[in-house]
Write a protein that binds this ligand. Structure first.
Ligand SMILES: [Mg+2]
Length: 225
């Protein structure tokens, strides 16, 4: 009997790809660099690669911030102040809250039936601000964010910290929803918790299906919860 839902934020509730692409464009324009549309997907690919390293404990968040835009600029063949662009990117991203289609509706639905907690690898205040702007914060009982916890999904320590704070929550009565096979689904599965994979990007299903359901649209979660 499911009682609790852990739900990822970026690219599950808030559209990270759209928000981040816009933040990159704004940061580039602020420093006078010409922005081209192909930079967006390129940035996301570099960023994803760095986040994989964080999930594998091979890179810290500080390392990500130091490396991200230096790498991006060199990949794009541009000359600029990587540290300044990184700072501007995060300032712009802080206020961008474009939702994933159906996110508010599904949160409203889930919070009517279960207790819903956010579980995110991110910066706490940034997530609070963006969820409030998107009208989602009120549906979340609490936010578990890696910056505060000190560990990232998929690590056991991240989920240990969540469950330690929750009375009566067990791996049997809790389900994880998220878009990332490496952070959300593997994290939940390794921890013994069921997971619903939100296949936001229409990826090919992996051979090892370590989730009990896959949805292509958030509203389809209602079929399972
Ligand atoms: Mg995500």
């Amino acid at each position: 009997m499911i009682k609790n839902v852990f739900i990822d934020i970026d690219d599950t509730l808030l559209d990270f790809d759209k928000n981040a692409t816009l933040a990159v464009k704004m940061a580039f324009e602020k420093v006078g660099l010409c922005y081209k549309d192909e930079y967006g997907p390129w940035f996301l690919q570099i960023n994803d690669g760095l986040w994989r390293l964080i999930e594998e404990k091979k890179l810290t968040r500080k390392g990500l911030h130091e490396r991200r835009f230096k790498g991006v600029l060199s990949e794009f063949g541009l000359v600029g102040d990587g540290d300044l662009i990184e700072k501007l990117f995060r300032e712009f991203l802080f206020d961008l809250a474009i939702p994933v289609d159906g996110a508010v509706e599904i949160l409203k639905y889930l919070s009517g039936k279960y207790t819903v907690y956010a579980a995110s690898n991110a910066i706490y205040l940034q997530q609070v601000n963006r969820l409030k702007k998107a009208g989602m914060y009120e549906y979340l009982e609490r936010l578990f964010v890696s910056e505060i916890i000190g560990y990232n999904k998929p690590s056991k320590e991240f989920f240990d910290a969540c469950f330690k704070e929750l009375d009566g929550a067990t791996v049997e009565n809790t389900v994880m929803i998220g878009d990332s096979l490496t952070a959300d689904i593997k994290g939940a599965n390794d921890y013994g918790m069921r997971a619903i994979w939100f296949n936001k990007k229409g990826a090919i299903e992996p051979n090892e299906k370590n989730y009990f359901a896959k949805v292509d649209r958030l509203q389809d979660i209602k079929k399972y919860l």
